[in-house]
Design a protein around this ligand. Sequence first.
Ligand code: GLP
Length: 257
Amino acid sequence: MKKMKLIITKNYEEMSSTAADLVIKQIRWKNASVIGLATGSSPLGMYRCLSREWKSGHISLSEIHGYNLDEYQGLSKSDPQSFYYYLKTNLVDVTDFKEQNLHVLDGMREDIDSVCADYEKDIRASGGLDLQLLGLGETGHIGFNEPDTSFPRYTHQVKLEEKTIMANARFFASPEQVPHAALTMGIGTIMSARKILLIVSGLPKAKMLYQVLLGEVRPSVPASILQFHPDVTIIADEDASHVVREKTGFGGTTYEL
Ligand code: GLP
């Protein structure tokens, strides 16, 4: 099993371009890659870089299939706060990524169990995830897998933690508008990806990143499970890696953990 690779970048911009380079490398290696997508503020800059590279004619995303990690319940595709809308505007509309290749859990349907089971089947039928992109929640969540007493295996429904609702309220007009439930890939779904790329930016994530990378692997820190994945790259900016650097004495830019 390879060690986890940690790349430390100066700032958000460098984190974004380094992450985009790894995605581009994956696409060049396999045009029709199946990529697990992420939303939130962390990957925004990376999507911007991918769009720039496409506009300059360096890459094509037309063969990629994307499966997003998660979706709020009760928000339709056309709701500007839905993750579908995010990916439509930040990926589909600004590159040649085909909308029919964009797969996002449907948070409007009531037959939640079949939505979740079908998502798992669809990912498997497409050959499995070649690369999973991840951001890190302040609670240590990946996707919407909140701290728990066990690691949920498959795609499922979750109740969001108060801290997550408050953290995501910045995207909504008021905290009351943030849905309290969501659908998310399970930890097992995420861990089934052949490669994982976690990007982390900003001081508020610094303590959590230390626990994730160097703490005990436990379901109360969901992202700590990544320590058991055979091929993980973490790209963290100086702020997010602050505690890791302080506790380990790392002074350079690339490490194996
Ligand atoms: C959200 C999403 C996650 C995301 C995380 C971090 O709640 N469900 O997929 O990675 O929180 O978000 P941000 O990048 O905006 O800090």
